[in-house]
Design a protein around this ligand. Structure first.
Ligand code: ZN
Length: 180
């Protein structure tokens, strides 16, 4: 049995049917959770690998975007709201494009990007799935894609004070406050 990350390609629709913990996109099948691949009767399932026992459904967490894969942003969880210390266990959670904001979002990278710090609600603790739909949830810290300086909020956009680059994000109402 193989350990996979959310967004890892695990097969093609010609070979398998996407089961639990898997999704189909453009003829290919991807893992939607961190776990082990199990195939039964041509159905490919990903059995979740529970890595952060202290996380429960409904928790508010903080993490950094460590990878962008298809319709998923992978977020390394570092903190849980209400707890002073960092998490004892490393967890890679998934934020799917459909859980970023209320209403349709076409391109994930117009809402979150690599290295962003995200505040999110845990909607599925077993599979470590997150949502940033609430106004308080979303990006709270971001760096410029060009010059790596910290971006400043201006209305609903982010502006780089160094190079003037503007970028779009699903911003948390806590963006730039240094407190979450
Ligand atoms: Zn810049």
């Amino acid at each position: 049995m193989k350990l996979v990350l959310p967004g890892d390609k695990i097969g093609f629709v010609e070979e398998f049917v996407a089961g639990k913990g898997a999704f189909e996109e453009s003829g290919e099948i991807f893992a939607s959770v961190l776990g082990r691949v199990e195939i039964r009767d041509r159905v490919v399932n990903v059995e979740p690998f529970k890595s952060v026992p202290e996380i429960k459904k409904g928790d508010v967490v903080l993490g950094r975007v460590v990878d962008m894969r298809n319709s998923l942003a992978l977020i390394e969880l570092t903190r849980k709201k209400g707890v002073d210390r960092g998490l004892m266990h490393i967890g890679i959670a998934a934020l799917h494009v459909s859980n970023v904001q209320n209403g349709y979002l076409k391109e994930l990278d117009t809402a979150v990007r690599y290295m962003d710090i995200i505040k999110a609600r845990v909607i599925d603790a077993e599979n470590l799935k997150l949502s940033t739909k609430e106004s308080e949830m979303g990006v709270i810290k971001s760096i410029c894609s060009f010059c790596r300086n910290q971006m400043v909020r201006k209305g609903n956009e982010l502006v780089c004070p160094e190079c003037g680059n503007t970028e779009k994000r699903k911003l948390s109402t806590d963006y730039g406050k240094g407190d979450w």
